[in-house]
Design a protein around this ligand. Structure first.
Ligand code: ADP
Ligand code: X15
Length: 393
């Protein structure tokens, strides 16, 4: 990476504003998955050990510029304190005199968590005034929020115009792993794209067709391709605006000599739910009134074989509605193949990571990205504003 990292600058005695992504799932005030907090520990520990005064800033949810009690960062600060095994102070705001006074009390190695930066209207607008107010709190800006790196907000991008700005260790790791995977991939390189966000993912497929040797399509995404090929898809998920694009990809893959693989069979259901009647049919045989909710057994085998003979696998999006057991087999098969392949496996996207976690295979993957949208935009080849704004080496 051509951007400076926290290792390239002096931090001792400095007030360091660290943007993290503590946007973790919370149910009834309890954090249900603390991965994103744990992943920032290397940066936070590095700063503590090197005598910085650590000021952590994050968003949580989408409070739209209002103070919303359920989206406060209090439980994240408590969890961080448990993980660090030391006290962590918490501010009730993210800017202003009271916060400045709390920061003035910090000793070297102390940690303070600011309140949710999205409680301020200027955050998502990237308001320079708010960015300046964040900058006034510190001597150095460290961006470790890979999950929010695709957002040009006051605490991710704007602040970098007012302070020396460097990347944190998680940011560096994410960019290095994804960058290495995509810029000089080990081959055969297989990309697997599934899930339901057809609009969000279609541009990724375009770029991956150029980069990868095999592109496997599954999940709700696949039926737009099935329809594009002229087959009946019943009530399956489809994006009619993307039919042309889907046909274009099939043509592009042919022209580039790439192995673009669509499901050959699917699990269909007469309704969406755990109590549905199901059948396995060829993808060309979906009757009206039924919907495809998982890839079928022939497809699972084809996909697993390709994954197992790959040197690099990048997976984003489940193969079916894995939250419901009767539609989970396709996602399980792909997750198991990723877990057992000797190739390097990278998983991006909240639901694919959740699936790997649910089937107890997460620790057998080589890299699970903390960013869904961010890793997609990276794979599309787009510049990430939170990274672009950092100081060059
Ligand atoms: N065939 C399908 N029809 C409808 N929804 C699907 C289908 N296959 C997968 N899904 C749903 O897609 C969702 C995940 O999609 P997405 O958000 O694109 O993935 P990710 O978070 O991994 O990027 C899951 O909740 C899953 O139930
Ligand atoms: O959870 C996040 O996005 P992700 O689900 O795409 O990984 C990030 O914290 C960014 O949040 P946002 O999509 O509200 O800007």
């Amino acid at each position: 990476m051509n951007k400076k990292s926290v290792r390239d600058v002096e931090v001792k005695g400095k007030r360091v504003f660290v943007r993290v992504d503590f946007n973790v799932p919370v149910e009834d005030g309890k954090i249900t998955d603390d991965t994103r907090i744990r992943e920032t520990l290397p940066t936070i520990k590095y700063l503590i050990e090197n005598g910085a005064k650590v000021i952590l800033a994050s968003h949580m949810g989408r409070p739209k510029g209002e103070f919303v009690d359920s989206m406060r960062l209090t439980s994240a600060a408590v969890r961080l304190s448990e993980l660090l095994g030391k006290p962590v102070a918490k501010a009730d705001e993210a800017i202003g005199e009271a916060v400045k006074a709390q920061i003035a009390e910090l000793n070297e190695g102390d940690v303070l968590v600011l309140e949710n930066v999205r409680f301020y209207k200027g955050e998502e607008k990237n308001d320079p005034e708010l960015a300046k107010q964040f900058a006034e709190l510190a001597d150095l800006f460290v961006n470790d929020a890979f999950g929010a790196a695709h957002r040009a907000h006051a605490s991710t991008e704007g602040i970098a115009h007012f302070l020396p700005a460097v990347s944190g260790l998680l940011m560096e790791k994410e960019l290095s792993v994804l960058g290495k995977a995509l810029s000089n991939p080990e081959r055969p390189f297989t990309a697997i794209i599934g899930g339901s966000k057809v609009k969000d993912k279609i541009d990724v497929i375009d770029n991956l067709l150029t980069l990868a040797d095999n592109v496997l399509i599954g999940g709700g995404l696949s039926y737009t391709f099935t329809k594009a090929q002229g087959y009946e898809i019943g009530n399956s998920l489809v994006d009619n605006d993307k039919i042309e694009a889907a046909l274009g990809f099939i043509e592009k893959a042919k022209a580039l000599g790439k192995n673009f693989v669509l499901p050959v069979d699917v699990v269909i259901a007469d309704k969406f739910g755990a109590d549905a009647n199901t059948k396995i049919v060829d993808v060309t045989e979906i009757p009206a009134g039924w919907e495809g909710l998982d890839i079928g057994p022939k497809t699972r085998e084809i996909y697993a074989d390709i994954i197992k003979s790959s040197k690099l696998v990048v997976w984003n999006g489940p193969m079916g509605v894995f939250e419901i057991d009767i539609f989970a087999e396709g996602t399980i098969a792909v997750a198991q193949a990723c877990a057992t392949t000797e190739g390097y496996t990278v998983i991006g996207g909240g639901d694919s990571a959740a699936a790997a976690e649910k089937f107890h295979l997460a620790d057998q993957m080589d890299h699970i990205s903390t960013g869904g949208g961010a890793s997609l935009e990276f794979m599309e080849g787009k510049a990430l504003p939170g990274v672009e704004a950092l100081n060059d080496k």
